[in-house]
Ligand binder design. Structure first.
Ligand SMILES: [Zn+2]
Length: 104
């Protein structure tokens, strides 16, 4: 794991800036908690960096929060405000039609 000496080193690193951009691109510049988009948006580490340094550059540990929500969450909570991943719905008749292609 790459070591960053100071928070500034981390938050100015190309690795973080690339990840930060990916997260903004994915979720948009809005707070996933209070839904505001007219405020300063932070990229939050769901599991705080201070406690889980190994996850500091993991896309799956990042979400967009506004400055106030992020400060409120701090390193006290691990709340995940990301929308749930859509679960593909199985359509039984389509499934049967698909399977029948192989049995007839
Ligand atoms: Zn917010």
């Amino acid at each position: 794991m790459k070591k960053f000496k100071t928070p500034d080193d981390f938050y100015n690193s190309p690795e973080w800036l690339r990840l930060r951009y990916r997260v903004l691109r994915h979720y948009g510049a809005r707070c996933l908690c209070c839904k505001r988009n007219d405020v300063v948006i932070h990229i939050d580490h769901i599991k705080p960096r201070s406690l889980y340094p190994k996850l500091q550059l993991e896309f799956t540990n990042c979400q967009t929060l506004c400055e106030l929500c992020n400060k409120g969450k701090s390193n006290v909570y691990k709340d995940d405000w990301r929308p749930p991943h859509p679960v593909p719905k199985l359509n039984p008749s389509k499934m049967m039609a698909f399977l029948n292609k192989f049995t007839s």
